[in-house]
Design a protein around this ligand. Structure first.
Ligand code: SME
Length: 155
């Protein structure tokens, strides 16, 4: 069986080729969600929340129905927007302000999404039903993949 890095490496090349076919950012996000969700074994919910008029609203996703809007200044997604950093939460029950959209989610990773001018547009959020599902390997590859949305032509 291929290890996690090998799997991401293969998916990165595949996603890069797919994204070159259409410049629309939402189409690109949808393609990334579908590809990751159906090829990464522990991904239970995979999607984007986008900043719209200073609100964080759900966009394209794969997985069970999730919260449509995340209350400002609460939760992992807002924490990632505010810090500008990827956040790994090994156990969501230990994250004080975590917003539970589905009780089955046990761990989570959130990666900020930046446009070509490096402005934060939203986040990629992935949940797993296992605790401790995500580590630095996920952070590195999900950052690389998210970066393709606005920069694929330069990568
Ligand atoms: N847990 C997130 C909310 C989004 S759901 O996980 C899909 C948060 O705390 O921001």
């Amino acid at each position: 069986m291929m290890n996690k890095s090998g799997r991401y490496n293969r998916l990165y090349d595949q996603i890069r080729q797919l994204l070159l076919k259409c410049e629309n950012p939402v189409a690109r996000m949808a393609t990334i969600c579908a590809d990751l969700h159906h090829n990464m074994p522990k991904f239970f919910w995979t999607g984007f929340y986008l900043l719209t008029d200073q609100r964080l609203i759900v966009s394209v996703y794969q997985g069970p129905v999730a919260c449509m809007e995340l209350r400002r200044d609460k939760g992992v997604c807002w924490a990632s927007i505010q810090s500008g950093e990827t956040i790994i939460v090994p156990d969501v029950n230990q994250f004080p302000d975590h917003i539970a959209c589905d009780a089955r989610s046990k761990s989570e990773i959130v990666v900020p999404l930046r446009n070509g001018a490096l402005e934060i547009m939203g986040v990629l959020d992935v949940d797993s039903t296992e605790t401790n599902a995500f580590d630095q390997t996920d952070a590195i590859w999900l950052e690389k993949i998210t970066d393709l949305i606005y920069n694929v032509n330069n990568r």
